[in-house]
Design a protein around this ligand. Structure first.
Ligand SMILES: *Cc1c(COP(=O)(O)O)cnc(C)c1O
Length: 392
């Protein structure tokens, strides 16, 4: 990981603070709001007129001073013009796609995307006359051959959060752009600390803020970040669904951002140490981690990213289901659980094969995904070593 970006470090401490709201307190309050009051009908009418603009106080669903501060901060961190905070990462993904797609259009989706993103496309969008096509995440500029006149959006992840292929982000964004389709990138793994996809040509970046951004496994929040050209359509779609981030989650996301860079640095270092140790274990076949030279798309990671999180997968040597279970259950410092990006370490067997349609996923043994938290890495290694004995 390269040395810290001082501009970003300082921005994380100083953005998202507004004394006009917080008074003498450092932090913004948990801003509970529904009704906003106006002294005159004329003031109300003006707010109604401008209600889609960021910062306009109209009604709680349209945002409040704390949500606007957080959104402005996220937009700045990503190098975007606008951000919309939503009730979850999945809502950020689905609202962004809905804003681009329409009946009779075609949406291209990377074959390795987050499962629920795929389920939304297959189970919901298709009911409204949107055709879905899947593509090899490593297709790069070859995406042009799959683009059609009616392709409205290209949805992908960098890297895929189960198998960790790193796509050629600028090439895919460029191929989408050339045909007038919106490129939507889920950048949850990288966070703005490690990658700024808008600068790579992506139109719309989405995040699950439930992961690294809030960082403590206690918030559900999502973000859509984009340049001004797409802000209006994204915001209007979010409001059409009536979705918004809750006041408490906004507070937790803002607080998480304060330590995001140092946490990411720790995730990177601890993750590398443990992945490097894992690579040498006889029960392990290979490591799926973008910073490893043999990871698919490692060269794109080197070019476009400044670091790696603590989330990666391990391909185990062939092993019986019972033994794998004994290994997972034998871990005492890693728990089994969904989500990731918190301070606590997690281990989860994942099986990408049944989800894929454009590419085939096969591996010599089962896949285990690790979230490396903030525990002492040597203690985590000791724990893994004792659990591996279940496989011997
Ligand atoms: C978790 C996750 C989401 C969904 O986020 P939620 O906040 O859990 O709704 C979307 N994309 C990726 C890559 C994720 O890991």
């Amino acid at each position: 990981m390269s040395s810290g970006d001082t501009k970003l470090t300082n921005a994380l401490a100083h953005l998202g603070r507004n004394p006009a709201i917080s008074g003498r307190a450092v932090n913004l309050p948990i801003y509970q709001s529904s009704t906003m009051l106006f002294d005159t009908l004329a003031e109300f009418e003006q707010a109604r007129e401008e209600r889609y603009e960021p910062g306009v106080l109209y009604y709680g669903r349209y945002g409040n001073p704390a949500s606007f501060e957080l959104e402005a901060m996220m937009a700045r961190l990503e190098g975007g013009d606008g951000c919309i905070s939503l009730s979850s990462g999945l809502t950020a993904v689905t609202v962004a796609i809905m804003a681009a797609a329409k009946a009779g259009s075609h949406v291209l989706v990377a074959d390795n995307v987050y499962g629920p993103t795929r389920m939304f496309c297959d189970n919901v969008l298709t009911r409204y006359g949107v055709e879905i096509g899947y593509f090899d995440p490593m297709i790069g500029g070859g995406l042009t051959a799959l683009m059609r006149d009616n392709t409205s959006a290209v949805v992908f992840e960098a890297p895929g959060s189960g198998t960790f292929e790193v796509p050629d982000v600028p090439a895919i964004a460029q191929a989408a752009h050339a045909q007038g389709a919106l490129s939507i990138l889920d950048a949850t793994w990288a966070t703005p600390v490690f990658c700024q996809p808008l600068s790579l040509g992506v139109d719309v970046v989405v995040h699950s803020g439930s992961k690294y951004i809030s960082g403590h496994a206690d918030a559900m929040i999502g973000f859509i970040v984009c340049k001004s050209a797409h802000y209006d359509e994204m915001r209007k779609m979010a409001l059409a669904f009536g979705d918004r981030a809750g006041a408490n989650d906004i507070f937790l996301a803002l607080r998480g951002l304060r330590t995001l860079e140092m946490r990411m640095r720790h995730h990177h270092e601890s993750g590398m140490k443990i992945a490097t140790w894992l690579a040498e274990q006889p029960s392990v076949s290979r490591i799926l981690h973008p910073a490893f030279a043999d990871c698919t798309g490692h060269n794109f990671w080197q070019r476009d990213f400044r670091g790696a999180g603590g989330l990666f997968s391990v391909v185990m040597q062939p092993v019986g289901a019972g033994q794998l279970r004994a290994f997972i259950d034998g871990l005492t410092m890693f728990s089994v659980g969904l989500s990731w990006g918190g301070f606590e370490s997690l281990a989860l067997p994942v099986n990408p094969s049944p989800m894929r349609t454009a590419t085939e996923w096969s591996s010599e043994g089962p896949l285990v995904r690790f979230n490396i938290g903030h525990e002492d890495p040597d203690s985590l290694i000791e724990d893994l070593a004792q659990a591996f004995r279940h496989l011997a």
